[in-house]
Design a binder for this molecule. Structure first.
Ligand code: AN7
Length: 339
């Protein structure tokens, strides 16, 4: 059996052979060529398919480490604030480990699929009358004063696990790409990729993309009321903002903004032209590449952070397909199919 990522990259991770690992066989995700996108952009673009992880997002890479560490420390419960994917991943890994799990989410603001996942795994969902940034502040305070393991990306084990995605990209391309395009919310993932690349002695330019209505790292100040169709990155005060800015500075990249309209165009383009359905936050990476260009790069990797089916509501509101009602009659069917 192919091992989970801690076993694969144990030499680079803070776990020893005696540690009990909590794994769902995360990592080892495909790097897929994107011919239509490559043609539009004028560079060779590959997609890192992080939705292929067990709970459908990149969070599982960090969660195998954070929950394994929580078990090692003797924790009985884990907690996180979340825009959805962290909650789903934490609940799954906690279930696997036999730990209790509580998640604080902005009430009514997370995609239904992620909520369903969290509930299915037996997570306790606390619907906060406030946004993600408030939720994160509150769980940090709670974890400081109670014996509960905090598994947000402020937890170092999360970053350690997530850096392995950069290792895999390097393996698959036989070296780093020239440019990495990645959506930025709380800024944990861009921090993790940069750590992974630099640990391997590589330095691709890091281009992070935020949604226009939730772009604190572009504006240079926190956003009090972040808004975007990409609910996963509706974050106004990124916990690892400084590290994200350091990564782009050191790599010669940038953090830039894309509008919701641009995100939705990229979302549909990937589904209709590449046959790949990603969630809107992931589409922000593609939207940014389409908007700002490859900037001289030959090889570009876009980090597609999560699966489209997690957010069915946004899909139903913005798809390019059609539903045609049909009477059970052959003439009507012919008209519906060919008309
Ligand atoms: C699909 O689940 O913050 O910049 O609480 O779900 O590392 O925060 C999710 C973030 C990109 C941004 N794409 O990553 C959460 C949460 C998807 C995401 C991001 C998220 P970070």
């Amino acid at each position: 059996m192919r091992p989970g990522l801690i076993e694969r990259y144990r030499d680079h991770l803070p776990f020893g052979p005696q540690d009990t690992l909590v794994t769902l066989l995360e990592g080892g995700t495909p790097l897929l060529r994107a011919p239509m996108l490559s043609e539009r952009v004028g560079a060779e673009v590959c997609l890192k398919l992080e939705g292929a992880n067990p709970t459908g997002s990149f969070k599982d890479r960090g969660m195998t480490c954070a929950v394994s560490a929580a078990v090692r420390e003797g924790a009985e419960a884990v907690i996180c604030a979340s825009t959805g994917n962290t909650a789903a991943s934490a609940a799954a890994y906690a279930a696997r480990a036999g730990l209790r799990c509580a998640v604080l989410v902005p009430d009514g603001k997370i995609a239904m699929g992620k909520l369903a996942q969290t509930l299915m795994h037996g997570g306790r969902v606390i619907a906060l009358q406030g946004n993600f940034d408030k939720a994160l502040q509150m769980v940090r305070e709670l974890a400081d004063t109670h014996p509960i393991a905090l598994v947000n990306s402020v937890n170092e084990f999360r970053i350690e696990g997530q850096k392995t995605a950069a290792f895999e990209v390097i393996e698959d391309l036989d070296g780093a790409p020239d440019v990495l395009c990645i959506p930025v919310g709380n800024a944990g993932n861009i921090t993790a990729y940069w750590r992974g690349f630099t640990e391997m002695g590589t330095a691709p330019r890091m281009f992070g993309f935020q949604a226009e209505g939730a772009a604190p790292l572009v504006l240079g100040h926190p956003v009090e009321h972040p808004e975007t169709v990409a609910s996963a990155i509706r974050i106004g005060k990124p916990a690892r903002g400084d590290q994200a800015l350091q990564a782009v500075r050191e790599s010669g990249g940038a953090i830039r903004a894309v509008s919701d309209a641009e995100i939705l165009d990229a979302y549909r383009f990937m589904a209709v032209k590449e046959g790949m359905f990603f969630e809107p936050a992931s589409a922000a990476a593609v939207a940014g590449l389409l908007k700002y260009g490859h900037d001289g790069a030959k090889r570009v990797v876009c980090v597609m952070t999560g699966r489209g089916i997690k957010d069915q509501q946004t899909a139903m509101e913005h798809h390019a397909g059609s539903i045609i009602p049909c009477e059970p009659d052959m003439d009507a069917l012919v008209e519906a199919v060919l008309g």
